[in-house]
Design a protein around this ligand. Structure first.
Ligand SMILES: *[C@@H]1O[C@H](CO)[C@@H](O)[C@H](O)[C@H]1NC(C)=O
Ligand SMILES: *[C@@H]1O[C@H](CO)[C@@H](O)[C@H](O)[C@H]1NC(C)=O
Ligand SMILES: *[C@@H]1O[C@H](CO)[C@@H](O)[C@H](O)[C@H]1NC(C)=O
Length: 196
């Protein structure tokens, strides 16, 4: 009796696990939306269709984004990695995402050390970047240096921190959102580098 019970429990667990770890793909016209959100993934799944244009991997437990994790996915223009417990992003993690225009890294545990200097260099067309609700105590300005197409940036507002040189090249930026915002004082120096 007990053995049978354990057997059924294990079976239930396995079936449940395999069902919950499947992504669903919806095709409408040229858009291929692959929804992998909230599936308990600990790594980027390998079976994402390679014609995916929009990939949602939010609400997972990824913790590390390894080099070449998205290499096959050349058509992805929008990538959601919010609330995925990410603290480490390897320097070639976004390699191959040549069409990426929108990257959502909101609500992870990123700090200045999580983003290596050239981590965004493979994303020349990035227009929207969300880094808000992370653990930054300094602006990760160095990694923003080559994002010359960036139009919208969301990031933690950090008190008593000025923007560095990296912000100079963001000449197309039209939207800047601080969240959460712990800035209590804004002075001219802070934006000196953005308008030059
Ligand atoms: C996508 O995958 C299919 C098979 O799954 C393959 O035939 C095709 O060449 C791949 N396309 C690209 C662009 O990698
Ligand atoms: C942030 O992420 C944590 C852990 O992934 C999650 O529990 C929480 O609901 C998320 N909060 C928001 C506001 O998305
Ligand atoms: C930005 O691009 C220039 C020229 O390609 C390069 O020298 C520099 O190291 C890049 N910056 C970062 C932060 O990768």
């Amino acid at each position: 009796m007990n053995v049978l019970r354990i057997f059924y429990l294990v079976l239930f667990f396995l079936i449940n696990k395999s069902l919950s770890s499947k992504c669903t793909t919806t095709r409408t016209g040229n858009d291929v939306f692959t929804d992998c959100h909230g599936r308990g993934f600990r790594y980027v799944p390998r079976n994402v269709p390679n014609d995916t244009t929009c990939l949602d991997l939010s609400d997972n437990e990824l913790s590390v984004i390894s080099n070449f994790a998205f290499f096959r996915l050349k058509y992805v223009s929008s990538l959601k990695l919010s609330s995925a417990q990410i603290s480490v992003i390897e320097s070639k993690a976004f390699s191959g995402l040549v069409k990426l225009t929108s990257l959502d890294l909101r609500n992870n545990t990123l700090d200045i050390h999580s983003l290596l200097e050239n981590v965004f260099n493979s994303l020349p067309f990035l227009r929207i970047l969300d880094l808000s609700q992370n653990n930054f105590h300094q602006y990760p300005e160095k990694v923003l240096e080559n994002l010359s197409d960036l139009e919208r940036l969301s990031i933690n507002g950090i008190n008593e921190q000025t923007f560095g040189n990296g912000f100079r090249s963001l000449s197309k930026l039209t939207y800047l959102n601080f969240h959460p915002c712990s800035i209590t004082r804004i002075d001219n120096l802070m934006f000196l580098r953005t308008y030059n």
